[in-house]
Design a protein around this ligand. Structure first.
Ligand code: ADP
Ligand code: MG
Length: 324
């Protein structure tokens, strides 16, 4: 009797055997780019189900925040410019609030009201034609984060000037990576990373390893990282050459011009959204001001390469190399 009781207790106490985790990789096209999900799961079914949910989350964020889709919540907000405060979703409010934060931190170098300028430079790339001074002036007048007013209590956003256009191209992909990672965690899969090309969010390390091996921009340098965001911005794939000058798809809101410095920036930050916003911000600010800003921010490190008189220069925040 006693022996039976002991056995029974032992039986009920024994932990279910842990299933070994294997690596699974998925790719889908979203937000105008290839999105990769890498995760560790106990079975292919678990992996499929979680990845499917993560991609659905990214698709939902794109449907809300794309400036290419006229029906997106973002496009509807832009269309309401000049007609007072509009109710917005918590998600959009969160991204707009973060955007305003980076705009303030950077003295306006990061600015999601750059929609007009971005469209002008998209056309310049397509038609290989410099925007006219008049077009640039008009687009600059339509830009300025002080004309984006948020009221978190009322959950509203207002574009104070009619004709203003919002563009979340520098921040929404990072946010989507964070949200997708959170979806995977809700499915019990925390060893994962989500990658949208330039920007990524990393969860827990792969089982038994210290972190994910991430290459810095196009260098040979490998960092071993986890639970953070990484983003690279650079003018190396989207640009137009006009009168011998190379203009990037990232614009300086103060001049209205696409960036002309050839530069590449990799940012490490506590999450994907911050990394995404900061890599664009630092690109606009340039090496000196940009790296100083990164150094001042907790949990942020940056690496940068640019050209000076045709020669490549590299610099990092002091803490960057300690990440190796
Ligand atoms: P990518 O998305 O190409 O990897 P970024 O994250 O740097 O690169 O974002 C660039 C995009 O951000 C541009 O295509 C445009 O939509 C938007 N953008 C351009 N200039 C700015 C700026 N000064 N502030 C905020 N967003 C910008
Ligand atoms: Mg960015």
């Amino acid at each position: 009797m006693r022996a039976a009781l002991v056995l029974c207790l032992l039986g009920s106490c024994s932990l279910p055997e842990e299933q070994p985790l294997s690596e699974y990789k998925f790719t889908e096209s979203h937000m105008g780019t290839k999105v990769g999900v890498t995760l560790y799961a106990p079975s292919p079914e678990k992996a499929d189900e979680a990845a499917h949910a993560a991609f659905a989350e990214i698709a939902a964020i794109d449907a809300r925040m794309s400036d290419y889709k006229p029906e997106s919540e973002l496009s509807r907000l832009s269309a309401s410019a000049g007609s007072g405060p509009q109710k917005v979703s918590l998600e959009l409010l969160e991204v707009l609030t973060a955007s305003q934060h980076y705009s303030e931190l950077s003295g306006g170098a990061f600015d999601v009201t750059v929609g007009h300028l971005v469209r002008l430079w998209r056309r310049a790339r397509k038609e290989r034609r410099m925007p006219s001074p008049e077009e640039l002036r008009t687009a600059i007048v339509m830009t300025g984060s002080k004309n984006l007013r948020l009221d978190p209590a009322a959950r509203t956003a207002e574009l104070a000037k009619s004709g203003m256009i919002l563009d979340l191209g520098a921040i929404a992909k990072g946010y989507a990576c964070d949200r997708a990672l959170a979806v995977l965690a809700r499915h019990g899969l925390t060893s994962a990373f989500v990658d949208t090309g330039g920007g990524m969010a990393l969860g827990d390390p792969p089982p038994g390893r210290p972190g994910w091996r991430i290459r810095v921009a196009d260098t040979e340098q490998i960092l071993v990282l986890s639970r953070c965001g990484v983003s690279t911005s650079g003018d190396w794939d989207q640009f137009v050459i006009l009168d011998g000058k190379r203009y990037s798809h990232i614009v300086d809101p103060s001049t209205g011009l696409g960036l002309t410095r050839r530069e590449l920036v990799t940012v490490l930050a506590p999450d994907g959204m911050s990394a995404d916003a900061l890599s664009t911000t630092i690109s606009v600010l340039g090496p000196e001001r940009g790296l100083r800003l990164a150094e001042d921010l907790p949990g942020v490190e940056a690496w940068m390469r640019w050209e000076e008189a045709g020669r490549p220069c590299t610099a990092t925040t002091p803490g960057f190399t300690r990440k190796k």
